[in-house]
Design a protein. Structure first.
Length: 344
């Protein structure tokens, strides 16, 4: 026979429930306090950041997205080339993705609204003043400027939010800075695969790196494979050159491509290693960086690659020789998307 609990038993159950709920709330509060304390420690231990003027392409200064906690997080900042761990100057201009060359910048921004965020690509002059902007169809992920600063490119996710899986779709656009003409979707170009035009519903293009105003390289995915492609804006073609290449970055001398390559025998959530491809011989060289690199690396010079890895602030910058020698080294904490004068 089942006995209904009496008033005392019901009160006891209620008290236990209140105590349990209080414990959960206290646990959540303590975890939030711990996270806040970690951020406070990071602010205290992190780089010095102050407001000031930032000029793109200024001699002796590296420009990048500041990731240090505080009021200047996500702002475009600069630091002395000779002291990358030294004081930073923050511009007040916030970007989710950024790149610059020859005094032109491309800044992919979030625009807050009552109905949610929307995104735009903003072309900046050397003083970070807006020249023009374009509405974006999705979440920003890659951005590049041509070496002479006349052409910009960006990639967004229009569905999905990670290159690690297969359920994503991208849109990559290229714009002429001076005339404002826009190739809104590089998937409209003719893709040449194995010497023949290739058309398929699953084609995705991302990660542009420029040789000049007309020629560029990018990643194309189709049929479960990725390819390095050479793009031609005049002919409106994408020509496949080499398989298993993602997020290419052309060396300043135009002879090599740094890229992330999927390798076998590692976690599917962390599948990429940093490689360099010789464009003349198509010979691949693994760099000394053995960790997963989910970034479009940049060339600091003809010998050195710079790329991001997760850190206490979200992202730190590391460097490694491009020829496979040496070892990876931390170059700057709390930083992302560096741009070096005259580099890709």
């Amino acid at each position: 026979m089942i006995h209904l609990p009496n008033r005392t038993a019901r009160l006891l159950v209620l008290c236990v429930a209140v105590l349990l709920l209080g414990g959960v709330v206290a646990g959540v509060t303590l975890r939030a306090a711990d996270r806040a304390a970690e951020k406070d420690r990071a602010r205290a231990d992190g780089p010095s950041v102050r407001s000031g003027e930032v000029t793109l392409g200024a001699a002796g200064r590296t420009v990048f997205r500041n990731m240090a906690w505080g009021p200047h997080r996500d702002e475009i900042a600069s630091v002395a080339d000779t002291d990358p761990t030294g004081p930073r100057t923050a511009s007040g201009v916030r970007c989710l993705r950024f790149h610059s060359a020859a005094g032109t910048g491309i800044c992919l921004q979030a625009v807050r609204g009552r109905l949610g965020d929307r995104y735009r690509a903003v072309v900046l002059d050397e003083h970070l003043r807006e020249l023009r902007h374009y509405d974006l169809a999705g979440i920003p992920t890659r951005a590049r400027v041509s070496p002479d600063g006349r052409t910009v490119a960006w990639t967004v996710f229009v569905s999905g939010d990670s290159y690690a899986g297969t359920a994503f779709s991208t849109r990559t656009s290229v714009a002429d800075v001076r005339g404002g003409t826009l190739d809104a979707d590089l998937e409209a170009y003719t893709l040449m695969l194995d010497g023949r035009p290739h058309r398929a519903a699953d084609v995705n293009v991302w990660g542009v790196t420029f040789a000049d105003d007309r020629r560029f390289y990018a990643t194309v995915a189709t049929g479960g494979q990725t390819y390095l492609v050479r793009g031609d804006r005049t002919d409106r073609t994408l020509t496949a050159l080499h398989a298993n290449v993602e997020c290419p970055s052309l060396s300043p001398d135009g002879t090599r491509i740094a890229y992330k390559k999927r390798v076998e025998g590692v976690s599917s959530d962390a599948p990429w290693r940093l490689y360099v491809l010789d464009l003349r011989t198509l010979r691949e060289t693994a760099t000394a960086e053995r960790r997963n690199v989910d970034d479009q690396a940049v060339w600091q010079d003809d010998r050195t690659l710079v790329y991001s890895l997760p850190g206490d602030y979200g992202s730190d910058l590391w460097t490694v020789p491009a020829d496979g020698s040496g070892r990876a080294a931390l170059v700057m904490k709390a930083a992302l998307a560096p741009a070096y004068a005259g580099r890709h």
